[in-house]
Design a protein around this ligand. Sequence first.
Ligand code: ARG
Length: 474
Amino acid sequence: MRQSVMTSQLYKKGEIWSARFSEPISSLVKRYTSSVLFDTRLALIDIEGSLAHAAMLSTQGIISKDDGVAILKGMEQIRGEITRGEFEWQLDLEDVHLNIEARLTALIGDAGKKLHTGRSRNDQVATDIRLWLRGEIDKIINLIKSFRGALLDLAERHADTILPGFTHLQVAQPVTFGHHLLAYVEMFTRDTERMLDCRKRVNQLPLGAAALAGTSYPIDRWQVAKTLGFDSICTNSLDAVSDRDFAIEFTAAAALIMSHFSRLSEELVLWMSPMVSFIDLADRFCTGSSIMPQKKNPDVPELARGKAGRVNGHLVALLTLMKGQPLAYNKDNQEDKEPLIDTVDTVINTLRIFTEMIAGIIVNPSMMRSAALRGFSTATDLADYLVKKGLPFRDAHEAVSHAVRICIDEDRDLLDLNLEKLRTELPNIAHLLSDDVFDYLTLEGSVASRNHIGGTAPEQVRAAIIVARTMLST
Ligand code: ARG
């Protein structure tokens, strides 16, 4: 009893280890070492973890059944206080774990003090982050699916819409807009796979590793793992408390998601420029200028492009955090939370907003078409035509370069040259040219001819959309 009173007083002072110390912790150090300003994000998950641990302690007879029930009741009350925003977080109590434990003890007395038996904050926090991240990964996977769905809907509407495809940002060959969008579906499908793969390594239970070496109590780690839905348990206690590979892997996968958004954003910004006008973004996704009344700015894609840099920064921060750490837990690891939480928030917000923005995009097929008609986008098709007539590709390439040169000099398009003119300008190959050459020079002919798996032909785009939709439902 005496001891209980002493410990409660220590909780109040926020220094549960202070018997070992001869002076109170400096207030600067308190602020510096505290994580309660950001790790409250883990609060409800921390309670889940504690309940699973307490249930196991009780089943194993390490604490009494009555203590187990008291802990459950106390935690239910705390959960209510947190969700209602009534919980009083104390900086003095350093982190989310000590805040909740102190409140539990205040509510239920000695039983609360038994919760930490056979456990350390080191395995507790590692468990919390994994549990929390697993939930966020599941949200992200679902959100990527919705985004892929929005891309597929747009691709389906534009399976036949033609725009110039670029290399080096120079007009290269005509492609269908549906095909162009399907390139992003590929990227985001890989992102889903990476998230699923990373989830396997996230979903392993560290609890039971205690501070670093395991515990002398007869714990049942599998019971805790099953209660919390972990697929497996971390098999080495030193690794269990110190490993943050899973957080790095997740952030690397998240950085790639943001990289894909950044690439798409770059295209949206370009396409929306009045000089290009391929698309317009709905007004609700744009902002005006405080000085130029005519402006409509694509702030959302621009910000997404910027936020990709922020997530890259988090990845580097986490890699650097871990690179020099000796085994096992070090306080450095507390620094994992802010980059991780911000990465999750950034990816989730970006996915949500882009899904809506893509669904509401306004496409301007005639501007796309007229751009594809400039820049000799079907020159390769003319060369391929000559190859089909028996000319070696290099010679065909040379002949078409010559024809393009003439068009540039005369300020016209390949399609404007009639058969007679073509034959006159290309005397060496005149005998290979006939009227059917113009079928190859049209934009429709060009895209339709690329009719193989992965090609830009509308038929292939439609087939690819069906496959991609099936993958969405699995
Ligand atoms: N707030 C700490 C963290 O985030 C919890 C673990 C503290 N462990 C310790 N040995 N000080 O890492």
